[in-house]
Design a protein around this ligand. Structure first.
Ligand code: ZN
Length: 164
């Protein structure tokens, strides 16, 4: 038996059971199917009620990917070479001091993941590992890959510490 929701030409909906799809067609063609409300014999099959999963089960909850807030949780990369090369001049003391301060801040607030930076930053970005501030070494190629993938990273010049 097949259950159909039927609709007459006056948009009354009612249920009908038929031996088969062809059985419905045959009965309808012979005028054996009529609307119980108005007696209309112009009856067609309504839409089968689709099986809709509960809304909460329709799709998995979006994975909460923590948003990197650069100001608070910098993902820092130690570049193998400075991004900007200075020549013909010593690095001004003020700049060196600022970079030393930056390095100290990073070391205090971020976890050193060393050479695993690229992998770890990627995992963190995908929500596969705990979101936190990390820093470490990466090659320029790795850094470019990460940026292409939308992983927020910041390259900073890594100067020698102030009190080495
Ligand atoms: Zn009707």
């Amino acid at each position: 038996m097949i259950h159909y929701t039927l609709v007459c030409s006056h948009a009354h909906e009612f249920d009908g059971w038929f031996p088969s799809s062809a059985g419905f067609d045959a009965q309808a063609a012979r005028g054996l199917v009529e609307c119980p409300v108005c007696g209309d014999k112009s009856v067609s099959r309504g839409l089968m009620a689709p099986a809709i999963p509960a809304k909460s089960n329709a799709r998995p909850d979006p994975v909460a990917v923590p948003v990197c807030e650069p100001a608070e949780t910098p993902a820092v990369v130690e570049p193998p070479a400075p991004n900007v090369a200075m020549a013909g001049a010593q690095m001004p003391d003020q700049l060196r001091a600022a970079l030393q301060k930056l390095r100290a801040e990073v070391e205090r607030n971020c976890e050193d993941v060393g050479n695993a930076f690229a992998d770890e930053a990627r995992r963190m970005h995908r929500g596969e590992s705990a979101h936190r501030a990390i820093y470490g070494q990466t090659t320029e190629a790795q850094a470019e890959e990460l940026q292409d993938e939308g992983v927020p990273i910041t390259m900073i010049p890594w100067v020698a510490p102030a009190d080495g």
